[in-house]
Design a protein around this ligand. Structure first.
Ligand code: SPV
Ligand code: MG
Length: 291
């Protein structure tokens, strides 16, 4: 099945579905092997892996280069965290064109201003986009896609910006009318109170996507009860790798030896397997003269 159709089915599925963050070809492959049906190409994780901030410091074409490796390495759909669409409606529709060319199944854009700032950073205000301008951006993206199953998710940042339920609903409804396929309602509370009130008033007008990074203690069954369609585990491969690499580098630096760590890292055979070395060896036997 086409990747776009796979993602559309996930978003529209009557039961709760899950996708998992990846930030390069290797992590994307690991997500697929774990059994996930889709991948979240997280802006936070991709930028962090590049060593820059989640503030559009990496250009959108640099992100596209990473996506190309992620897509080539996997057969499950990728939903790109497309930040604000990297500019106005015109930049966003060019993004859709390039994503389709790279077999990316969908994109989520958030109603903030370019350059964005990560939603979970404390302290500073988050400037929201004008509703009409953002609605026009969604419409332009939907009008641009050539594959009817390409998915555009509209991310509502009203709660993140400290606005209330009314503002969140008004924005979500405007984006629905503009043609969004799903709404991502975000919250940085440590409980699911904002999500719960939103879900009651929203009443299933479009599928809803969430990222429970901050309210992770909410039982997953509750999300199903609330009628949420898709949960994104948004940054945990990145965070796991940071901790593992810090621990390992510190240890090797201290020990000036590999003796204590060899058993705690992936084997080289596992690296070669993940890279698909076997396929290359088989191809060499078929195509390359042996000396
Ligand atoms: C991301 O993974 O980059 C997201 C989710 O946009 S959050 O970090 O919660 O904003
Ligand atoms: Mg992001």
């Amino acid at each position: 099945m086409k990747k776009t159709k796979q993602l559309r089915n996930l978003v529209n599925s009557p039961k709760l579905e899950f996708i998992m963050e990846a930030h390069n070809g290797l992590s994307a492959k690991i997500v697929e092997e774990a059994g996930f049906k889709g991948i979240w190409a997280s802006g936070l994780s991709i930028s962090a892996a590049m060593g820059v901030r989640d503030s559009n410091e990496a250009s959108w074409t640099q992100v596209l280069d990473v996506l190309e490796f992620m897509s080539d390495a996997t057969s499950i759909p990728i939903l790109l965290d497309g930040d604000t669409g990297y500019g106005n409606f015109n930049n966003a529709r060019r993004l859709v064109k390039k994503l389709e060319q790279h077999s990316i199944a969908g994109v989520c854009i958030e109603d903030k201003r370019f350059p964005k700032m990560n939603s979970l950073i404390n302290g500073q205000g988050q400037a929201l986009a004008d509703i009409e301008e953002f609605s026009g951006k969604i419409k332009a993206m939907k009008d641009t896609q050539t594959d009817e199953d390409f998915t555009v998710v509209a991310r509502v940042e009203a709660f993140i910006a400290g606005k209330g339920l009314e503002a969140a609903l008004q924005r979500a409804e405007a984006y629905r009318k503009a043609g969004a396929d799903a709404v991502f309602i975000h919250s940085k509370r440590t409980d699911a109170a904002e999500i719960e009130t939103f879900m009651k008033e929203w009443a299933g007008r479009l599928p809803v996507v969430i990222v429970p990074t901050k309210y992770y203690t909410t039982p997953t069954a509750r999300f199903q009860e609330l009628g949420i369609s898709l949960v994104i585990w948004a940054n945990h491969n990145l965070r796991a790798s940071i901790q593992a690499m810090q621990h390992l580098s510190n240890r090797i630096y201290r020990d000036e030896s590999l003796v204590h760590i060899e058993k705690s890292v992936a084997t080289l055979e596992e690296v070669f397997r993940l890279q698909g070395v076997e396929e290359l060896q088989a191809a060499e036997r078929q195509y390359f003269p042996s000396s």
